[in-house]
Design a protein around this ligand. Sequence first.
Ligand SMILES: Cc1ncc(COP(=O)(O)O)c(C=O)c1O
Length: 352
Amino acid sequence: MVKALDTGLAGYPGTAGESPLRQSCANWVKRRYSVKLNPTTQILPVNGTREALFSLAQTVIDPAQPGASVLSPNPFYQIYEGAALLGGAQPYYVASVPERNFAVNWDSVPAEIWAHTQLIFVCSPGNPTGAVMPLEEWRKLFELSDKYGFVIASDECYSEIYFRDEPPLGGLQAAQQLGRNDFKRLIALTSLSKRSNVPGLRSGFVAGDASIIKQFLLYRTYHGSAMSPVVQAASIAAWDDETHVVENRNLYRAKFAQVTPVLAQVMDVKLPDAAFYLWAQVPQAWQGRDDVFARELLQATAVTVLPGSYLARAVNGINPGQGRIRMALVAETAECLEAAHRIADFCRQARP
Ligand SMILES: Cc1ncc(COP(=O)(O)O)c(C=O)c1O
């Protein structure tokens, strides 16, 4: 990064990113998913997945079509909703099902909604549930995409933090396994923020369908979102190195192994497939009031958790986040463990 300061700041960077960065991203996809991409046509650097999720929606949604809809899991990362609305479409929320390892219930979507769907967001590993989408779910979504013509935006920014032996299946990998080697209507979004613990760097990339990437690149030249060459230099170093990623994952694993059993004594919580959240049920004494639980906990212990109902939308009177809390285990292990003990003591004492 420091080396790149010498030359990197003197000119405007190209929106497409420098070819060594695209090559590093392609190399990583090859190493991680055994998928070979063309770095010129199938990869585009972005300033983190958040802005890319938002601007991709602007690129692919046609608000002039009546009933333009965007499907989102429920609960969900809030950007999906804003991206749909500001893209001129209506969000349609599809609940995840706790009994099925929080898989999104795509079968619940009526045909008339599918018929108007232009874009769907999927999040695997999921925020807040940590669930990883299996191949069969991908197969279903690809079939639906072929039938109805929507684009799949696959948010995979938690892919490198996982607790099972198998690394999470990626969208590009699933497509390839199902013989979709052109990645038709699929864009995977990934990031260094979680993988390399550098959310402040603002660096990620999107990959997949070359025709969408072409449109997206054009859109981004107006959007003015070229990545700084200084950030590009640091990103190359990060994508090229796996040692720090393994260390980071091991730290998360050790942390979750210590914290989860403490919380499991007082609430229904289990180790997720992946990501860095615990998605727990509030104890029965709070009668499903995740908001009240979070407020009382904060007042009593100064520990912040996010009420699950804030991460979801009520559909037909049911909020699938209701009764749950999301705990982000991003602090150091000792701090997370201390917080877990405080939560456990609070649960035992506040409403025994
Ligand atoms: C599901 C999900 N997607 C995307 C992002 C954005 O990450 P970034 O823009 O840092 O890549 C986050 C950040 O927390 C997230 O939880």
